[in-house]
Design a protein around this ligand. Structure first.
Ligand code: IPM
Ligand code: MG
Length: 368
């Protein structure tokens, strides 16, 4: 008799954070457990504090122990951080700082934000059916550089009593090259169209960005590279989003364009993301925030969280089988007509976060 191969165990750090974070995380974890059982692997989950709740407990939004646990895991699964009650804290203690600290601390320079529409949700979008039907694009956002991290930064007192607020948008050529490579490689696996978004008509940093992207294109002759100014890209995204396959852009432009792109899918509550470095664990989280206004009311849409779990399986743990199962389950539940409030439309049945989770578990069970 031959022994069956040992079941792999993946260590994932769970960062629930604030607001709706714990509710959507609970659903996300149930789904991950269900696919593990189905596909014969297991989880070693370790929860750690982050964001406002970590600040409240220990005085810092990203405690050292949390970052250490993340470093020691195979993947990091995050929900959301932020709450109105922390809005008056000094900048370095605000919950959002925890995200920046995690990104920098884990070297997560590449942020992938896929924008796909489920056919069942076309009517939930504010855009016309013909504009959004079948859209499938990917925003590749640089995540550890640009104006989010550039120096000098701060609010400086001038001699004359005037205050000056400063941030610096800066990129090294090597930083552009490494995010560019990720985007070109992704484009190779998709429709081989890459649009680099910048503001090269005004910003020097963008001129360098464009120059490096153009140089890189020589290594990827199969990919059709185009360049677009960010203001035009914002307009084109709502005018005719189907023209895009992969978009690559800097930190700030990517932040803005990915929120805009999310609305093509009907709700920001549907969009997952993956943040990857060259080595070490990736970070997987919904694009949306902590929605403190609906926290604890069982109204949150857990689907972006659940789909982030699918991205964790696909991009972080090389388990495309389990990832596909989760995505199939989401589609099935939408097909059955269940919706959280943010994506509800006529003739659908509105359910809470928890019930959406239960429906997803049933659908996972039924996936073949
Ligand atoms: C995002 C968020 C964050 C960002 C904030 C919360 C720091 O908007 O992940 O898109 O600006 O990157
Ligand atoms: Mg954002």
């Amino acid at each position: 008799m031959t022994a069956s191969p040992p079941q792999p165990t993946y260590t994932a750090t769970l960062l629930s954070g604030d607001g709706i974070g714990p509710e959507i995380m609970a659903v996300g974890v149930d789904v991950l457990k269900a696919v593990a059982q189905k596909f014969g692997f297991s989880w070693n989950f370790q929860a750690a504090p982050i964001g406002g709740s970590a600040y409240a407990a220990s005085g810092h939004p990203l405690p050292d122990e949390t970052l250490q646990l993340c470093r020691q895991s195979d993947a990091v699964y995050l929900a959301a951080v932020g709450d109105f009650k922390y809005d008056t804290l000094p900048a370095h203690l605000r919950p959002e700082q925890a995200l920046l600290g995690l990104r920098a601390g884990l070297g997560l320079f590449a942020n992938l934000r896929p924008v796909q529409i489920f056919p069942q949700l076309i009517d939930a979008s504010t855009l016309k059916r013909e504009a959004i039907e079948d859209i499938d694009l990917m925003v590749v956002r640089e995540l550890t550089g640009g104006i989010y991290f550039g120096k000098p930064k701060g609010i400086f007192q001038q001699e004359n009593g005037i205050q000056r607020g400063v941030n610096t948008m800066a990129y090294l050529d090597s930083e552009v090259d490494r995010i560019g490579k990720v985007a070109f490689e992704l484009a190779m696996k998709r429709d081989r169209k890459l649009c680099s978004v910048d503001k090269a008509n005004v910003l020097d940093v963008s001129q360098l960005w464009r120059q490096q992207m153009t140089k890189l294109a020589a290594d990827y002759p199969a990919v059709e590279l185009s360049h677009m100014y960010v203001d035009n890209a914002a307009m084109q995204l709502v005018r005719w989003p189907k023209q895009f396959d992969v978009i690559v852009t800097g930190n700030l432009f990517g932040d803005i364009l990915s929120d805009e792109a999310s609305m093509l899918t009907g709700s920001i509550g549907m969009l997952p993301s993956a943040s990857l470095g060259t080595e070490g664990p990736g970070l997987f989280e919904p694009v949306h925030g902590s929605a403190p206004d609906i926290a604890g009311l069982d109204k949150a849409n857990p689907i972006a969280q659940v789909l982030s779990g699918a991205m964790m399986l696909r991009y972080g743990l090389d388990r495309p089988d389990a990832a596909r199962c989760i995505e199939g389950a989401v589609e099935q539940v939408l097909e059955q007509g269940y919706r959280t409030g943010d994506i509800a439309s006529e003739g659908t049945q509105v359910v809470g976060c928890r019930e959406m989770g239960d429906r997803l578990l049933t659908a996972i069970d039924r996936q073949t």
